[in-house]
Write a protein that binds this ligand. Structure first.
Ligand code: GRF
Length: 210
């Protein structure tokens, strides 16, 4: 990112624990040069909206239900622009995005997914991993492109799948890694010290994967 202050807009649909992890990191000075400009939910009444407001961050519900995608995305874009957002973080945002929207934010929009992509994209990733019999899973933070859960990976963190895991216990363990991973991935992108070669995120000058 080029400007000295990176204004982050977070899009959520629910609980918002990743949004709060990012917010806490900013508050605690673990993401220097970043501020949270706005949290936007496409679901009215999302718990994450209340949590963001309680933390003193502007938070807006822009209901998507029953609205054509293009129209809703125009409203989201207008709000992101109003709050002068530089970097968009999708954090449990459960709405598919149009190619127009993903292209507009290309290289400036991240998503977190609770699996080691490309394994288990889409919904219920932790359940998919359990049912498949995977022994290791984790989370992935990636740039968003027009393919769902398909953009260039920025960072992955792993965790073991234990014999007595349920979807809930596994999800909790993955979530713990998500909160660490998202903050670290934002720091990487905001530093600007990387290049994307083909599908590979490479730390600049290092000549190898970070
Ligand atoms: C997380 O598991 C995230 O990876 C997935 O949706 C969940 C959102 O959780 N995309 P939260 O709203 O951040 O607590």
């Amino acid at each position: 990112m080029s400007s000295s202050l990176t204004r982050i807009g977070i899009l959520i649909s629910g609980r918002g624990s990743n949004a709060m992890a990012i917010l806490r990191a900013v508050e605690e000075g673990r993401l220097p040069g970043c501020e949270i400009a706005v949290v936007i939910s496409n679901i009215a009444g999302a718990a994450g909206i209340e949590a963001a407001r309680a933390a003193g961050v502007p938070a807006v519900a822009l209901e998507s239900k029953g609205r054509p995608r293009a129209e809703h995305e125009r409203a989201v874009t207008a709000l992101l622009e109003k709050f002068r957002v530089d970097l968009v973080c999708l954090a449990g945002y459960m709405r598919l995005l149009s190619p127009e929207f993903t292209q507009r934010w290309s290289g400036r929009m991240l998503n977190i997914h609770p699996s080691l992509l490309p394994a288990f994209p889409g919904l219920h990733a932790q359940r998919q991993a359990l049912e498949y019999g995977a022994q290791v899973t984790g989370c992935s933070v990636h740039f968003v492109d027009e393919v769902m859960d398909g953009g260039v990976l920025i960072l992955q963190r792993t965790c073991a799948i234990l014999p007595d895991d349920t979807e809930d216990t596994l999800s909790a363990r993955v979530l713990h890694e998500e909160h660490i991973a998202y903050v670290e991935a934002i720091a990487r992108v905001v530093s600007g010290e990387y290049e994307v070669v083909g599908r590979r995120y490479l730390k600049q000058g290092a000549g190898h994967r970070d």
